[in-house]
Design a protein around this ligand. Structure first.
Ligand SMILES: Nc1nc2c(c(=O)[nH]1)N[C@H]1C(S)=C(S)[C@@H](COP(=O)(O)O)O[C@H]1N2
Ligand SMILES: [Mo]
Length: 207
């Protein structure tokens, strides 16, 4: 075989081999894609599945992701309850010294999980009474979280005055994990998880 055509044959063999390799690589990519996609789904959602978070309750967004770890653990934290000029400020010990209730309610996240848990804390209605809030007043709940769509929520009067609605300090008998909203979070029946505001700092009575 002349040198020229020998090189040509070797070159075409390399091209053929590369073609096979390429086809194998594409097939592998497709197969791997098919094989791993369901696993990938599990990996992405695993931390949010039932029972997978701290205190056996899933977490949508952690304190670190929300940028509130230091503020949430700060000694000077107090919950402001504001109704015009009537305003009170309650440190966590002050909240814990008020009458407490345990409420078993689900958190239902739009992302597809729901988890029942027992939350302990103060009936919201009691705090609203302390600032003489009218019974038909809506309220605004503000988080320590400064940005994004979770930083505050509005609660209509019937939810605010539902005796089950709780400013929760505890979960399953223990202090809230910071990822569940320590020092305090709202838990109300019949509301989507997204409105169960964590890391509460202020409750404002809307007129
Ligand atoms: N401040 C604040 N509150 C929040 C959130 C948040 O990211 N930031 N996530 C909400 C969503 S979408 C859900 S489902 C619940 C989840 O509560 P958990 O993390 O204690 O399970 O908290 C809600 N409250
Ligand atoms: Mo959620």
């Amino acid at each position: 075989m002349p040198a020229e055509s020998g090189r040509a044959v070797r070159a075409s063999r390399r091209a053929f081999a590369a073609g096979i390799g390429g086809a194998v690589a594409v097939l592998t990519a497709l197969t791997v894609g098919q094989t791993l996609t369901p696993l990938g789904g599990i990996a992405v959602f695993a931390p949010r599945r039932k029972g997978a978070g701290p205190q056996a309750v899933p977490v949508n967004r952690t304190a670190r992701q929300a940028g509130v770890v230091d503020a949430a653990r700060h000694d000077g934290w107090a919950l402001e309850v504001v109704h015009g000029a009537r305003r009170i400020s309650l440190a966590r010990e002050a909240l814990a010294a008020l009458p407490q209730q345990d409420m078993t309610l689900p958190i239902a996240c739009v992302e597809g999980w729901s988890q029942q848990a027992t939350w302990g804390g103060v009936r919201l209605s009691l705090l609203l009474d302390r600032v003489d809030a009218p019974h038909d007043a809506d309220i605004r709940l503000t988080s320590l979280e400064q940005h994004g769509s979770y930083k505050a929520s509005t609660m209509q009067a019937p939810y605010a005055r539902d005796p089950r609605t709780t400013v929760a300090l505890r979960l399953g008998g223990d202090d809230l994990d910071v990822d569940h909203g320590y020092p305090a979070r709202i838990i109300a029946p019949g509301r989507p998880g997204v409105l169960q505001t964590k890391w509460l700092t202020r409750i404002e009575v809307l007129s």
